[in-house]
Design a protein around this ligand. Structure first.
Ligand SMILES: Cc1ncc(COP(=O)(O)O)c(C=O)c1O
Length: 392
């Protein structure tokens, strides 16, 4: 069980009377994250960025150790980056593709992933195909099994989409992809920090995640997990003097592990903040946090449909902490803005972010409420009352 009072007291940025429901966008960091970042920036201003970083080498190494503990991976299999998209693309663009190869994407896939897949398909002659969803809305495992053959080089599995509560059966999809030798890249941007992630159990080849959402880290942080055998063999599309060593006039040697997917320059303060965020989560107990998020989302999924004119849009068998809904006759952007007037923060997910899924369901946008463990049930009820007021 979480100590709710401690969790709430740990947030320096909470405004009295506000309701924060945008952890799927960019969450509120705990105090230790803010302090870690600010303290490092102040230190950089005194001794310069290089010396300040040198003073924190152990702490910087510990960032990967903490992430590894969270997702059950060796630190050497993790590359730190500045976003989930960067991580996803770094892995994706390192996969050799040729004419006739097939890339499979989830129906709930994120726009940035799909755009990258389409770009590479144009450049290589590979094809991009959608894995359909089943009657429940989750990735259709039977359809996937029927689609795969040895020409499939990569399956992009979207764990928890940006636009609603769906959780896709990632481990099962991975087993099917591996049966034909295809690689699996799991977009865990919306699941890391709110759902259990064990890369050994999931058996995915790579996983991308961001810092600022459910992990409650700083903006401009993210990471890529790469299966160790692949981290030692794949060649990233871009290299620098950190991802590789210049060994002679004609030669370079790639870093032996996932750090070949990193560049040397980075926001050191943000990275230290990411480490602090992950350690904070580990300290609270990830299972406690996941349970608290799920309880809050379920509370909303029960309460919102009781309001006349409100439709919860979440699909699938298993649900995440993202609750999506629409209000009859009120545009999602208006819902967001009118809630903001009451100091309630939600966001809107537009069709362009998850084009295949949203157009398939005839939706142009949905309102997205994503409560983290620090949101009280009283705040949730205030939010529900505010939605009821604007729906009537
Ligand atoms: C499912 C999903 N994947 C990827 C991303 C991109 O993350 P980032 O903005 O950190 O690159 C998002 C962002 O909202 C997302 O929801």
């Amino acid at each position: 069980m979480l100590d709710d009072d401690r969790v709430r007291a740990d947030i320096p940025g909470r405004e009295p009377g506000s309701v924060f429901l945008d952890s799927a966008g960019s969450s509120l960091p705990p105090r230790v994250v803010v302090d870690t970042v600010v303290d490092h920036l102040r230190r950089e201003a005194v001794v310069g960025g290089y010396r300040a970083a040198n003073e924190r080498l152990d702490d910087l190494a510990a960032v990967k150790t903490a992430i590894g503990a969270l997702i059950n991976a060796a630190p050497a299999s993790i590359a730190l980056s500045d976003s989930a998209t960067r991580s996803w693309a770094d892995f994706f663009y390192s996969i050799p593709l040729a004419e006739g190869d097939r890339i499979l994407v989830s129906e709930a896939d994120y726009a940035s992933n799909a755009i990258a897949a389409l770009q590479r398909a144009r450049a290589t002659g590979a094809t991009v195909e959608k894995i359909p969803s089943d009657g429940t809305g989750q990735l259709d495992l039977d359809a996937l099994a029927a689609m795969v053959d040895e020409r499939v080089k990569l399956v992009s599995v979207l764990h928890a989409p940006t636009n609603g509560g769906l959780v896709n059966p990632a481990a099962e999809a991975t087993r099917i992809a591996h049966s034909v030798g295809a690689l699996v890249l799991l977009d865990a941007c919306q699941s890391t920090g709110q759902l259990p992630i064990d890369v050994a159990e999931l058996d995915v080849d790579a996983l991308s995640a961001t810092g600022r959402k459910w992990l409650r880290g700083p903006r401009g942080t993210g990471f890529l997990y790469v299966r160790p055998e692949l981290a030692a063999t794949l060649e990233p599309g871009r290299l620098d003097l950190h991802s590789a060593e210049w060994t002679g006039p004609e030669d370079y040697r790639l870093a032996p592990d996932a750090s070949r997917f990193e560049f040397w320059e980075c926001d050191v303060a943000a990275r230290l903040g990411l480490g602090a965020a992950v350690r904070y989560l580990l300290d609270l107990g990830p299972a406690n946090v996941y349970e608290a998020i799920s309880a809050r989302a379920e509370h909303l999924r029960k309460a919102l449909p009781e309001i006349s004119g409100v439709t919860v849009r979440d699909i699938g068998l298993r649900h995440s902490g993202i609750v999506s809904f629409t209000v009859d006759g009120v545009d999602s952007v208006d819902v967001r803005d009118r809630l903001a007037e009451r100091n309630v923060t939600v966001t809107v997910s537009h069709a362009g972010s998850t084009l295949l899924d949203m157009t398939g369901r005839g939706l142009r946008s949905v309102v997205r409420a994503s409560p983290h463990c620090f949101v009280s049930f009283e705040e949730l009820d205030r939010f529900v009352a505010a939605v009821a007021a604007l729906a009537s």
